[in-house]
Design a protein around this ligand. Sequence first.
Ligand SMILES: [Zn+2]
Length: 113
Amino acid sequence: MHELSLAMALVEQIEEVVRQEKATRVLELQVVIGAYSGVELEPFEFCFPLAAEGSVAEGAKLRIEKVPVRIRCGECGKESVPELPSVACTLCGSWGVEIIAGKEFLLRSLEVS
Ligand SMILES: [Zn+2]
């Protein structure tokens, strides 16, 4: 499952941070997931505790910050929030757009002890 491998990669990233911080465990973490990142929230929320089992992140509270998709139109130059799954400009209908937000999948913060 796609989300499980993402969750496992995230746990590896967390373990690295925890080592650098010389902490022993993670209490809470915040993950940013864009609506256009390809990461499904529910499977991810389900997979994270499985990936975290036996790691420093086991039992950590997972908080997800959702980021909507924003596009900038190459035709009219305006920014808008498209109606997914379409990513055409909502103002002029052009498909010549640049996705400026919503592709994120990253670890925003960690609370360790
Ligand atoms: Zn436009």
